[in-house]
Ligand binder design. Structure first.
Ligand code: ADP
Length: 173
């Protein structure tokens, strides 16, 4: 039995991609909080935000985080989950938190290449690279505060997974 592993980072840093591969490698279950939320509410995130505002969505996100936290799970979290101090502390105290850190240009390239994966409404309505830059400037310190380990997410998915596994060995030593 192992502590849950929380993957945090900006949209496009690879939480879902790397999380699935990591779960497979570790024999864990993979859970994505955004996906879990939408399945449970039978509603898209865009619809939740439209009906309840960002505050309503964030409250649901905290409930989802608590509900999915269990041993032997890899949890991919929404990019803004760290905005709440409660969520930052909850993850830090209940699991191993990995910040998948990638520079703005890498994130923007990935989001531009696969815009359909960014189902969440944009936060500012600005061009992608500008928005990514602003969001990261605002959130990088919070990701670092919540994280036990920071991993370079600009590398290939395989390398990111092996770096996380090395960090987990340290955490479990
Ligand atoms: P997140 O869940 O953090 O928003 P995703 O895992 O959905 O990010 O990845 C966003 C996009 O970037 C996807 O198209 C995915 O294939 C690509 N991607 C993710 N990680 C990597 C990586 N390490 N190298 C190259 N492309 C990646």
């Amino acid at each position: 039995m192992t502590l849950p592993i929380f993957l945090i980072g900006a949209r496009g840093c690879g939480k879902s991609t790397v999380g699935r591969a990591l779960a497979l490698a570790q024999g864990c279950q993979f859970i994505d909080t955004d996906y879990w939320l939408q399945e449970n509410a039978q509603q898209t995130i865009a619809a939740m935000v439209e009906q309840e505002g960002w505050d309503g969505f964030r409250a649901r996100e905290t409930a989802a985080l608590e509900a999915v936290s269990a041993p032997s799970r890899v949890v991919a979290t929404g990019g803004g989950i760290i905005l709440s101090e409660y969520n930052r502390r909850f993850m830090h105290e209940h699991g191993v938190v990995i910040y998948l850190c990638a520079p703005v240009d890498v994130l923007a390239d990935r989001l531009e290449a696969f815009p359909e994966e960014g189902q969440r409404p944009t936060l500012t309505g600005k061009p992608i690279s500008e928005e990514v830059s602003e969001v990261l400037a605002q959130r990088d310190a919070l990701y670092r505060e919540a994280a036990h380990y920071v991993v370079d997410a600009a590398q290939s998915p395989d390398k990111v997974v092996s770096d996380i596994e090395a960090a987990l060995q340290l955490a479990r030593a």
